[in-house]
Design a protein around this ligand. Structure first.
Ligand SMILES: [Zn+2]
Length: 73
């Protein structure tokens, strides 16, 4: 069951609810009882979601480098 993050606009608290996708847009009530909440875009387990980590930049290897073509030596 996917998780949905909500944020209370009354007290600023964020909370999670687990509900079916059919009820994803149902209004959520803050744990403190405030009905004025908004649904946040959370990272549900979908394909293509990258979570943190250092991006590995492709290192140039040969092919036009300064020391590869004999221009500096
Ligand atoms: Zn609240």
């Amino acid at each position: 069951m996917p998780r949905y993050d909500f944020r209370c606009r009354s007290c600023g608290a964020t909370f999670e609810l687990r509900r079916t996708m059919a009820r994803a847009n149902d209004p959520a009530v803050c744990p403190d009882g405030h009905p004025d909440t908004v649904k946040l875009l959370s990272t549900v387990a979908v394909t293509g979601a990258a979570s943190g980590g250092a991006a590995t930049a492709p290192a140039p290897s040969g092919g036009g480098g300064c020391c590869g073509g004999g221009c500096c030596g």
